[in-house]
Write a new protein. Structure first.
Length: 389
């Protein structure tokens, strides 16, 4: 834990309206301000780490909306990460929770295991494993991009990711193609592993940092390490190199931007929490989309609201996550959009599942896929017909 950061909170309450879990449970201890009070109690020894205290920490999505709303600059991101590490070290969870978490970390960070597990996604899943089946997407795409697309510009390495490389292979291929078209010398090395974001988000911070440093070594020597998954990017920026960039940041400084062809589409863009709140990136993905002629960008209401994906949250807290996902899907449908777009695989999986539950499965695309389609001149009807839903 980091008690030296706790005193920064003046309990003003500006975080409360931005906190999804406070809105769900209406309890002070399920707000950032309340959790900081719990942290203070643990730090000074006036509070014991009971099941109830752990429950309040576990309910936190780690969406960081409170960080951007706080006028005092409270580093809640660092506080909740270190507190979760403290919980994992000092609290024994029940058997079902331990088994579920063990399964997640035995499978998700490993591409081959995840691909094999998802082959059985349509089979029944008992008890605590049922959420895994409910959120499993109906599509898979693990085709790897070209390991190198030569260019005259800066040498960049693309982080392929775990879920991204197994479920959203097309996003990685689109990323490589767009960066190459915009003048970069693009590399997607096969010998790269998990970044550790899921570990750190769930309190396994040492494991998460070790994974991040291992990935940094595997991708050393490039002018930039490029991520197209907001959660991965946030974790890597926090724990390793300063030359980690989101793909939308790189497009803004492209050395030789390729011409964009028209796409007559109404696009509902959702800010990923770890892009907007953790990395402070809002303008760049919108700028990337608005460079496409014909795209009408629409903003769903409650942009600050987390969709409920939040690392492994939609697996270990499925009821709350589903409520948030359904609410996010409704806000997107209200826009009358043709396409739903977000810069994070977890968001795309979570909201796509909610849109299917609503009976209105919109095409779900990463912004880079729309840019790629525009550069390649893909017709709108072809793009929509092939899109994930």
């Amino acid at each position: 834990m980091q008690p030296e950061l706790i005193a920064d909170c003046v309990h003003c309450g500006f975080c409360l309206p931005t906190c999804p879990t406070y809105e769900l449970w209406h309890e002070e201890m399920d707000s950032p301000r309340g959790r900081i009070q719990l942290m203070a109690g643990l730090a000074d020894g006036s509070l014991k780490l009971t099941d109830t205290v752990v429950e309040h920490f576990d309910r936190c999505l780690g969406c960081m909306a409170c960080v951007t709303s706080c006028p005092s600059g409270v580093q809640y991101d660092r506080l909740i990460e270190s507190t979760r590490a403290y919980v994992e070290e000092h609290h024994r969870r029940d058997l079902g929770d331990r088994l579920l978490r063990s399964l997640i970390f035995a499978v998700f960070p490993h591409r081959r295991r995840l691909r094999a597990a998802l082959a059985f996604r349509k089979l029944p899943a008992p008890g605590p494993f049922a959420p895994l089946r409910r959120i499993a997407p109906p599509w898979l795409d693990s085709e790897w991009p070209s390991e190198r697309i030569p260019g005259r510009g800066p040498r960049v390495a693309v982080v392929a990711g775990c879920v991204q490389s197994v479920v959203f292979g097309h996003v990685n291929r689109a990323t490589a193609r767009v960066l190459a078209a915009d003048g970069y010398d693009v590399h997607v090395p096969w010998k790269q592993g998990c970044c550790g974001a899921l570990h750190a988000h769930a309190g396994r911070v040492d494991d998460g940092v070790a994974q991040a440093k291992k990935l940094e070594r595997a991708l050393s020597g490039y002018d930039a390490i490029v991520t197209n998954a907001a959660g991965c990017g946030s974790h890597l920026k926090d724990h390793v190199s300063a030359n980690v960039v989101d793909v939308s940041e790189l497009l803004a400084d492209a050395p030789m931007p390729a011409p964009r062809q028209p796409l007559a589409l109404r696009v509902a863009f959702q800010d990923s929490c770890h892009l907007k709140h953790a990395q402070g990136i809002e303008a760049q993905p919108r700028a990337a989309l608005t460079t496409i002629p014909g795209v009408e960008l629409v903003e769903p209401r409650e942009q600050e609201l987390c969709c409920g994906s939040a690392g492994i949250y939609n697996i270990i807290r499925p009821v709350a996550a589903q409520e948030l996902g359904d609410r996010k899907a409704q806000r997107i449908l209200e826009t009358g959009a043709d396409v739903y777009a977000s810069g994070n695989p977890g968001c795309l999986v979570q909201v796509s599942a909610a849109l299917r539950r609503a009976g209105r499965p919109l095409p779900a695309l990463h912004p880079i896929e729309l840019v790629d389609a525009s550069i390649r001149g893909v017709p709108v009807d072809e793009l929509l017909a092939s899109a994930r839903r």
